[in-house]
Design a protein. Structure first.
Ligand SMILES: [Mn+2]
Length: 322
């Protein structure tokens, strides 16, 4: 562990400017870890930017950014069309994904040769290669947990709002400390509390509006059991965000007998997504990998280029029956 931190430090020392890059549709785990990394770089006197989409749709991200602004915690953001750091001096730090096509800037490696990656997702054949340093910890609940451990090792103090966002990142990725949660996850959470993370603020960031809640409950109501232990929800023909699919799958896990759940819905034009969740025994990553996606045993997803949602459903049901 210490060795990997030393290797990261070496890379940081070798560069002057840093581009922090996460996956598309940035979520709280990616954003929390990006902020944590930003603080680490700041503590070394380095300048960094976090690459963000133009107008993040995720309300929790909007609220987090607003919270930082209100508390005058200055974070440098940029968008993918404004990456101006010179190639030779910049290091790209990829967080919370290891797949090229999921990156906010998929062709980043063509623009910048120096790149390191910190992630907690399982590697696959599409995992980014040609990277100076890869730190992938599948036992970590979240990238926020990994970065928090790193902060703790370095004894770096971050603003309490950043600690809150990191904690919220862990909460989201563990479905409220239910999946992928180990003693280290709680240790990371405990450390964030000592840095001033607020449970009240955390709840505020996670609050949703009533309409979204009711929409979701309608889909939960329409879900069915596909066998003794698996629930399925097929959404309508409107477009939804990945995290909306995930929330439905997570809701379904709360019910008696449900050990795994799947939500299928449109996430774009001719793009059907599946979000899969498991309480721990059933390996949903296996199913999502077979459908062209990936993730973890307990939370995985895939996206399929098609406008036929029923076909996706049939394919998934067939896989489940096998
Ligand atoms: Mn994550």
């Amino acid at each position: 562990m210490k060795q990997i931190y030393e290797q990261i430090k070496e890379q940081i020392d070798n560069h002057d400017q840093f581009i922090i890059l996460a996956h598309k549709s940035i979520d709280l785990d990616a954003f929390g870890s990006a902020l944590g990394m930003y603080e680490i770089l700041k503590s070394y006197g380095k300048s960094a930017v976090i690459v963000m989409e133009n107008h993040p749709k995720n309300r929790s991200i909007q609220k987090s950014m607003q919270l930082l602004r209100e508390k005058q915690i200055n974070i440098e953001y940029t968008t993918k069309d404004k990456l101006i750091f010179p190639k030779e001096k910049a290091l790209v730090i990829i967080l919370d994904t290891n797949k090229k096509e999921l990156l906010e800037v998929p062709n980043i490696l063509e623009q910048y040769s120096d790149c390191i990656l910190l992630d907690h997702h399982i590697e696959s054949e599409n995992t980014l290669n040609n990277i100076i340093l890869k730190y992938i910890d599948n036992n970590a609940s979240s990238t926020s947990e990994m970065i928090t451990r790193y902060l703790k090792t370095l004894k770096i103090e971050v603003p309490s709002e950043v600690a809150t966002i990191l904690l919220t990142g862990i909460v989201v990725d563990t479905n409220n400390f239910n999946i992928k949660t180990t003693s280290k996850t709680y240790e990371a959470a405990a450390y964030l509390m000592t840095l001033g993370a607020s449970n009240i603020e955390k709840q505020t960031l996670l609050k949703e509006n009533r309409e979204d809640y009711f929409t979701r409950q309608d889909f939960v109501k329409k879900s069915t059991m596909v066998n003794k232990h698996m629930a399925l929800c097929v959404m309508d023909h409107n477009h939804y965000q990945n995290h909306q699919l995930a929330l439905i799958a997570e809701d379904l896990l709360q019910f008696d007998a449900v050990e795994a759940s799947f939500t299928i819905g449109f996430v774009g034009k001719k793009l059907v997504g599946i979000s899969a969740r498991s309480v721990g025994e059933i390996d949903v990553e296996k199913y999502m990998r077979a459908m062209g996606g990936g993730g973890h045993k307990t939370d995985a997803a895939c996206v399929i280029h098609t406008s036929n949602i029923q076909k996706v459903k049939r394919k998934l049901l067939k896989l489940i029956q096998e």
